[in-house]
Design a protein around this ligand. Structure first.
Ligand SMILES: C[S@@+](CC[C@H](N)C(=O)[O-])C[C@H]1O[C@@H](n2cnc3c(N)ncnc32)[C@H](O)[C@@H]1O
Length: 266
């Protein structure tokens, strides 16, 4: 499989991805909130599809709870790390890995109605804007009444805008507003797309009904500013409390660094 730029970029940083990103305290805290949320949707015994699994952090967590996961990614190195993590955690029997390009659903060969749900976290789906084709393909792969749960990077991050505007960097302060930009990871540039929850939900199509929407990162900074917070543990704890308070408000999904959306297959 030819790697698109987004895949080539993550392929290059796969070995250090957990140390640089997954294990950052803000990342860990957010993932903990995410897991609490996902646990309600997908009980033990479910069979799930994951898109852009990265190093397999979520797949392994699910498998430890008795959920079977087909963990997919475009990066062979990410898939190898997922398989390794599953083996080390003794849940290899529940985590299957498979290369899959979520930007090109027309190339998939997934069985119909085979999954109880699908999920994709930490902005993987910001690497494509082909959400309409994705919604249609997932409507075939997920059984009726099954859930789709996604966390994506949003278009308007209040904290990011205020932070960079205060540092007179107006270009970075407004970098997401056009709905697309260029990310650079491992020295490789690739296009990145920033939908609002409304844009994403509409693109996903009529086969899916919106069930829940939350915003995370109204107060907590985006990942490039995590370092600044790591040195201020009391501030970190205060911001976490505030996040929990505002996350359930729909408006927060429009102002936060990332939004989480649950859709249900009609
Ligand atoms: C930001 S990481 C998120 C990883 C993981 N979901 C997590 O929670 O840590 C994005 C992942 O999407 C994958 N990816 C990027 N473009 C892709 C594509 N077109 N198809 C499938 N996976 C892709 C990358 O290889 C990377 O593993």
């Amino acid at each position: 499989m030819n790697l698109p730029e987004s895949g080539a970029a993550f392929e290059r940083v796969a070995e250090t991805y957990d140390a640089d990103s997954t294990d950052a305290p803000v990342s860990r805290w957010l993932r903990q909130q995410l897991w609490t949320w996902l646990a309600e949707l997908f009980p033990s015994g479910s069979h799930l599809l994951e898109l852009g699994c990265g190093t397999g952090e979520d797949a392994v967590w699910f498998a430890r709870r008795g959920v079977r996961v087909l963990a997919t990614d475009i990066s062979p190195q990410m898939l190898a790390l997922t398989a390794r993590k599953a083996a080390q955690s003794e849940v290899a029997a529940l985590v299957q890995t498979q290369p899959l390009d979520f930007a090109r659903p027309e190339t998939w060969q997934l069985p119909e109605n085979a999954f109880d749900g699908v999920y994709s976290n930490y902005g993987a789906l910001n690497c494509t804007a082909n959400w309409s084709a994705l919604g249609a393909a997932l409507a075939r792969a997920v059984r009726p009444s099954g859930y789709a749960a996604f966390s994506l990077i949003g278009r308007f991050s209040l904290v990011e805008t205020l932070w960079h505007a205060a540092h007179l960097d107006l270009r970075t302060a407004s970098r997401r507003w056009r709905g697309m930009g260029t990310a650079r990871i491992g020295g490789i540039a690739f296009p990145i797309y920033y939908p609002t929850p409304r844009v994403f939900r509409r693109a996903f199509g009529a086969a899916w009904r919106l069930r829940a929407l939350r915003g995370w990162g109204v107060f907590l900074p985006p990942s490039d500013l995590y370092g600044a917070l790591a040195r201020r543990p009391r501030l970190f704890r205060l911001l976490c409390k505030l996040e929990r308070l505002v996350a359930p408000w729909a408006l927060s999904a429009y102002l936060a660094d990332q939004f989480w959306m649950v859709l249900q297959r009609c």
